[in-house]
Structure formats: C-alpha cells, structure tokens
Design a protein around this ligand. Structure first.
Ligand code: ADP
Length: 550
C-alpha cells in the first residue's frame, strides 16, 4: 500500500514544489527589478531637482561685500579735528571725499560725519547716496541705522541700500561665527539658514538661501510618478531638510557662477528617498501574495486529494481483506452443516440408530437444511443487491402475521439456547405495502443475530408499531450490546466485530448490510440503540407505502 502511495504523492507534490521554487525565484527577480527601476527613476528625479536648485542659486547672483572690522571703539588717543566744527559745505565735501580723513575723538569716521552734515544742508540726492555709501562701507555698524533714518526722501534707493546693508551685515555676522571660511567657498548651515560663502582677501562672496525648508526643492509624491518617493536636502551627508528613509538616489548641487563649477566641501545634495522600502515592492508583494496564495491552494488541494486517495486505497485494501475473510467464513459456514447432514444421513442409511435418535436426526437435518437455505439466500440476495439485479415485489401485506410466522420459524433456533421469543404489536388498520420475502429475510437476520449474541435463558422481544407515516419493527435482545465505536461499521459489508481467530459466533458479516439494503429499498432505515452489557435494539423504520420511498 505504502509502496504504491509514496510514488503517487511524489508525482503530485514534486512538480508543485518545483513550480513553487521557480515562482519564488521569479518573485525575487521581480523585487530586484522593481528596486532597480525605482532607483533609475529616482536618479532622474534627483538630477532634475539638483539642476533646478543650481539654476536658482546662479540666478540669485553671488553677492560681494566688504569684510568690515568690528565697530570702532571711541578713543581718547585720537587727535581732535577742527575741520568738523564748521558747517562750511565746501570744507565738509572735501573732508567727505578724502579717504585719509581719519577718525573723530570718539572714534567715528570723520568722512561719514561730514557726509551727514552736507546732506542735512543740501538734501541733495547725490549727497544722500554719498552718505549711504560711506555709512554702509566705511563704518556701517554704528552709523548706518542713523543714516537710513536721515535719508527719507529717497525711498527706493533707501530700500535697496537697506537690503544690501542687511545682507552685508548678516554675512559679516555669520563670518564672525565661522572665521575659517576657505577662499574657494563652502556651504554652511548657520542658525538654521543655508549659506554659500567664500572669503577672498578683505571681501566676501556669498549666496544667502535662507531656511532650507524655504528652498523650493519640490518634495512629496505630487512631483513624482512614484507614490513612495520624496525629496530631501543633505549637507555633508547630514539631512538638513526632509524625512528619514532609504536613499534611492543622490545628486550634488553644482554651484556654478561665472561659468565655473565650484567644488564646495561639504557638498549640498538633493536626495530622493523612500520612507519605507517595502512600498517599492508593494505591487510585486501583492502579486507574489496572489501567486503564493494560488500555489498554496494548489498544494492544499493536492494534499486533500492525496489524503482522499490514501483513504480510498486503505478502504479498498480493507474491503479486499474483508472479502477474503468472507469467502473463508462462507466456506466454513457451509462446511459445518453439510458435514453434520452427511454424517447423520450416513448413520440413518446404515439403519444403526434407534427410532428416537432417528427422529432427532431428522429434526437436526431439517434445521441444518434451513440454516443452509438461509445462508445461501443471504449470499445470493446480497450478490443480487450489490449488482443491482435484485427484483423487489411490493404488495400490501399482513405484517403482524408475517412477523408471527417468522418468529415461529426462528423458535427452534432460540430454543437451543432456551431463549424466549416475545411479540408485542398493535392492531394495524391498513396493510402496509412491502416486499414480504425481503422483510422476512431482514427479520430473520435480526433475530439470528439477537439469538447469537444473547446469553442462554434470556428473552428477545419483537415489537411492531406504527404511526400515520411509518411502521416500526424492533428486535430487542439482552446480550452483550455494541460499543459505540462499532455502531456504524457493523452495517458495512463483510464487517464482523472482534478478531477473526478469537471470534466465537458464526457469521459472514453480510447480515446487517443486507438488512440495511432491504430497509433502504423500502425507502426506510435501520435504527440502532445499544448499551454495552445491557443489549441492543435494531429497528426497521419503513414508510407505510414503501413504493413511495422506493
Ligand atoms: P454476522 O452476524 O454474520 O457476523 P452481521 O452483519 O449480521 O454479520 O453483523 C455484523 C456484526 O455486528 C456482528 O459480527 C456482531 O459483531 C455485530 N452484531 C450484530 N447484531 C448484534 C447483536 N444483536 N448484538 C451484538 N452484536 C451484534
């Protein structure tokens, strides 16, 4: 059995396992391809974004500012200058335009003071410009705010000058915090603002980009065809704006002005990342889940199929075993009565027996003959039913009389074990339609079993009853009973309880299956109630009009 089943299981399972292996490899390849594809897409996106940022930086033109020293501290060492005392315009202008004019006693540049005085008198736009230029370049930090306050009638110029001043002031402050700015420039993040600054001699070149979150680097799914991508900025490898995630592509932002690419260190880069790398594979994962689900279902179906085949094979094997037992039982059942009939007939032939023994022999020969007939009928009917050749003869019958006749028939057998056969029945209004011979055969089998499995000196009751739909014929014994584990099996063909060698009762194992077949042919069923040690009741439950169920 096992030798036949294992190759079958291998034939079914091995191809499924091979297909599963290929499917898993395919899924892995798809995942890799999805990742590569995502990286390609991200690279393009990073390039476009970095180029845009580069252009933006370029368009913001590099500014140049003077690197001014700390604000001058008023000092007593500075010789007092008399020229500033007067209000003579020409003197003031000469002083204003003289780079060598020096400082006042309080350390302020004489040129700027002179420019203030000139402008206060003339209110001339040129004088205003001269004042602002001097204030923002020569001594910006102390006097500049004052200069802006004074020059109110040039709003446009003032606004522009203020702007420039602010930028210059801010970059000078950054420089005070970061004194080591290289000549070829660097990116730096100062107090949350992004700068590119180069310090060339006494001058500063710079680009002020403000807070990184304000830089128009497009972010989020809206700019990309891939829902999982998002863009962020890094400076020297540190994230300065954007979420955490797995990097798909990274592109340095080229700092270009005057047509030259400036290699700044640390580098500013645009990175395309995915917050969750699983998302990149999500479509593949979905497909893989479906594929694996289908394969799993196939394996399950195959396993169920194999289990069913294995069960069928086991059943077939059991049936074969039961059949050979059946043949052995039938031969045995035939041999015993035939043997005793021959012996008794020989003895009678020889005429050596007393008249009483001869009478006994005749009775025994008749009984054994009946047993043989019963057995052969059982076997033949069983074969006919199995092959579908059995002919049923349904007609209205006097059921109580049929039962009484059958009980009469069985009395000698029961008498051998001193078993009393009782019959309890009600009055039947109508005669039920049935196959009398078959019902009798079923009852004979039930009674035969009841006698076989009852202890000597006990009783067997046959109870006939009916309602408006069915009649019931119950045979109750007080024998060993049937364990619940066997209640279904005993109705199977050839089944006999216990092991073949230890079996004490005679039988072939077809009696109850025949009873069941007869009940079913009448559209009815056999019910069994049994308590081990207390006896069993087998009941035929048959519709009153059996042909209706047939
Ligand atoms: P057989 O009687 O020829 O063995 P059956 O099909 O009539 O075959 O019965 C099958 C088995 O059911 C019996 O071997 C016996 O174990 C069990 N059985 C049947 N009737 C009874 C009963 N009245 N009491 C106990 N066991 C029974």
């Amino acid at each position: 059995m096992k030798r036949r089943f294992l190759p079958l299981a291998a034939i079914v399972l091995v191809p499924i396992l091979i297909i599963t292996g290929f499917a898993l490899r395919g899924i892995e390849a798809q995942r890799r391809a999805a990742w590569t594809d995502a990286q390609d897409n991200a690279r393009q996106l990073a390039e476009v974004r970095a180029d845009r940022l580069s252009t933006l930086i370029e368009s913001r033109y590099v500014r140049t500012a003077e690197r001014f020293a700390d604000p001058p501290v008023p000092s007593a060492n500075v010789p007092a200058g008399s020229a500033l005392a007067g209000d003579d315009l020409a003197t003031m202008r000469t002083l204003r335009d003289n780079p060598e004019a020096g400082l006042t006693a309080s350390g302020l540049p004489k040129r700027v003071i002179a420019a203030f005085r000139v402008y206060r008198q003339t209110r001339d736009p040129d004088d205003a410009r001269a004042l602002l230029t001097l204030a923002t370049v020569d001594c910006p930090s102390v006097i500049t705010p004052l200069a802006f306050d004074q020059v109110f009638d040039l709003p446009e110029d003032v606004a522009q000058a203020k702007d420039i001043w602010k930028g210059v002031k801010a970059v000078n402050e950054v420089l005070r915090r970061h004194p080591e700015i290289p000549e070829n420039g660097t990116w730096l993040l100062d107090q949350g603002e992004l700068w590119w600054i180069a310090s060339v001699g006494g001058q500063i070149r710079f680009v002020a980009l403000g807070a990184p979150s304000g830089i128009p680097v497009p972010r989020g799914p809206a700019v990309s065809s891939r829902p999982w991508e998002t863009v962020r900025l890094t400076l020297g490898g540190d994230v300065i704006d954007g979420p955490d995630g797995v990097v798909l592509a990274s592109k340095r932002v080229a700092t270009v002005w005057n047509k030259a690419v400036i290699a700044s260190s640390p580098a500013l880069a645009v990175e395309v990342i995915t917050p969750d790398s699983q998302q990149v594979h999500s479509s593949v994962t979905k497909q893989a889940t479906t594929t694996l689900g289908v394969l799993g279902a196939a394996v399950l179906v195959a396993l169920i199929g194999l289990v069913m085949i294995q069960r069928l094979m086991a059943r077939e094997r059991r049936l074969n075993e039961l059949k050979s037992h059946f043949v052995a039982s039938v031969s045995h059942e035939l041999r015993a009565p035939v043997g005793s009939i021959r012996l008794m007939a020989d003895a009678l032939d020889a005429g050596k027996v007393s008249p009483e023994t001869a009478a006994d022999f005749h009775r025994l020969i008749s009984r054994e003959g009946k047993r043989l007939t019963n057995l052969i009928e059982n076997v033949l009917d069983f074969a006919r039913i199995e092959q579908g050749r059995k002919r049923w003869h349904f007609e209205a019958a006097d059921l109580p009389a049929l039962v009484a006749d059958t009980l009469e028939l069985m009395k000698p057998l029961a008498a051998e074990k001193r078993i009393a056969l009782g019959f309890i029945h009600e009055v039947f209004d109508a005669e039920p339609v049935l196959d009398s011979a078959a019902v009798q055969q079923a009852l004979v089998n039930l009674l035969d079993n009841a006698v076989k499995f009852s202890p000597p000196d006990s009783g067997i009751e046959t109870i006939l009853s009916s309602d408006d739909r069915c009649w019931r014929l119950a045979v109750r014994d007080h024998g060993a009973g049937i364990p619940s584990s066997e209640r279904k099996k005993i109705f199977e063909r050839f089944y006999r309880s216990g092991d073949e060698l230890r079996r004490e009762t005679q039988g072939t194992g077809i009696g109850l299956s025949l009873v069941k077949a007869i009940a079913e042919a009448h559209g009815g069923r056999v019910e069994l109630e049994s308590r081990p040690g207390q006896g069993s009741t087998f009941t035929l439950v048959i519709p009153l009009d059996a042909t209706a169920g047939h």
